[in-house]
Design a protein around this ligand. Structure first.
Ligand code: NAI
Ligand code: OAA
Length: 328
């Protein structure tokens, strides 16, 4: 058995938290040999509800759960954290785009970035889930100058999983037969779920579906799935978001299987002409806790225009948070 690692989770009393914490504590994120200490951050009025969640965590008697800290102070929550999942933020309501949350939520991520910079493990891996996730990750990153930029990532894994599921349903093939799926860009309705590289049982996906389904059904269904869930459930996705967060962190910590890739929102290094520094969804492989962008993919004109459109939106979000004084 390894020594325990510290996992900080913000917004721990919220809907995503209620699914996420139990899976982290069960070993689903870091594996069956890795004990965890949960360091849970909430706003002061939610600490009582958080205490109820802690009581339930205790009642699960998880063998891997080595300790729980609850606090309303980011300097306590992020102290020596090896992993940080930044979930705490306001969810959108029907009729809103995720970008509409920038002014409400952006302000949360500056002080949290500063606290991570001050007290977290120097090797902390940070995942931002709270929306708008890519730009919130940029804010946290820009306020943590002593850490490496690539330690800050945003979640596009829910979009990736939605895309796998839609393609699986259309082709009648299991999700496990699908490889090389990519979500490029922003976790928003401009994202580009790209089937041009994807294979199903080794066959090109685009030879199995027609172009009109791809462009007119698949892409909008994946890109607008969050809104469809809000419409149906009256609240934004939570269990599926928690599951995607587990997938993102597990693959980052433990690696991607040989021959496959996943999508992560990461700082652009200029690959594929994406402006450097934007937190943008890319296809990545992971080995030894380090992710790498998959290189050498052919980009069609169709892909290029979709990739540029979502980069443009991220550039505009960055300009907006600059004006709010949240990034340089
Ligand atoms: N990236 C993605 O794929 C997805 C992102 N989301 C986003 O995740 C966020 C959380 O969603 P839910 O759990 O459903 O919301 P929720 O409202 O149920 O929970 C959010 C929690 O965060 C807490 N919180 C607010 N400000 C905080 C702060 N400064 N520090 C610590 N905690 C704070 C609140 O008290 C609340 O308990 C939302 O922004 C939502 O839009 C949701 C689904 C998917
Ligand atoms: O759509 C929302 O507001 C919540 C979310 O990010 C998603 O479900 O993808």
């Amino acid at each position: 058995m390894n020594n325990p690692v510290r996992v900080a989770v913000t917004g721990a009393a919220g809907q995503i938290g209620y699914s996420l914490l139990f899976r982290i504590a069960s070993g689903a994120m870091l594996g069956p040999d890795q004990p965890v200490i949960l360091q849970l951050l909430e706003v002061t009025p939610a600490l009582k509800a958080l205490n109820g969640v802690v009581m339930e965590l205790q009642d699960c008697a998880f063998p891997l759960l080595a300790g729980i800290v609850t606090t309303d102070d980011p300097m306590v929550a992020f102290k020596d954290a090896d992993y940080a999942l930044l979930v705490g933020a306001m969810p959108r309501k029907a009729g809103m785009e995720r970008g509409d949350l920038l002014s409400a939520n952006g302000g949360i991520f500056k002080p949290q970035g500063e606290a991570i910079n001050a007290v977290a493990s120097r090797d902390v891996k940070v995942l931002v889930v709270g929306n708008p996730a890519n730009t919130n990750a940029l804010i946290a990153q820009q306020n943590a100058p002593d850490l490496r930029p690539e330690q800050f990532t945003a979640m596009v894994r829910l979009d990736h999983n939605r895309a796998l599921s839609q393609l699986s349903a259309k082709t009648g093939k299991p999700v496990s037969s699908i490889q090389r799926m990519t979500i490029w860009g922003n976790h928003s309705s401009t994202q580009y779920p790209d089937l041009s590289q994807t294979t199903v049982d080794g066959q090109p996906a685009l030879s199995l579906v027609d172009q009109s389904w791809y462009e007119q059904e698949f892409i909008p269904t994946v890109a607008k799935r969050g809104a469809a869930i809000i419409e149906a459930r009256g609240a934004s996705s939570a269990a599926s978001a928690a599951s995607a967060a587990i997938d993102h962190m597990r693959d980052w910590a433990l690696g991607t299987p040989e021959g496959s890739w996943v999508s992560m929102g990461i700082p652009s290094d200029g690959s594929y002409g994406v402006p450097e520094g934007l937190i943008y969804g890319f296809p990545v492989t992971v080995e030894g806790g380090q992710y790498r962008i998959v290189q050498g993919l052919e980009i069609s004109d169709f892909s290029r225009s979709r990739m540029d459109a979502t980069a443009q939106e991220l550039t505009e979000e960055r300009d907006a948070v600059r004006e709010l004084g949240l990034v340089k």
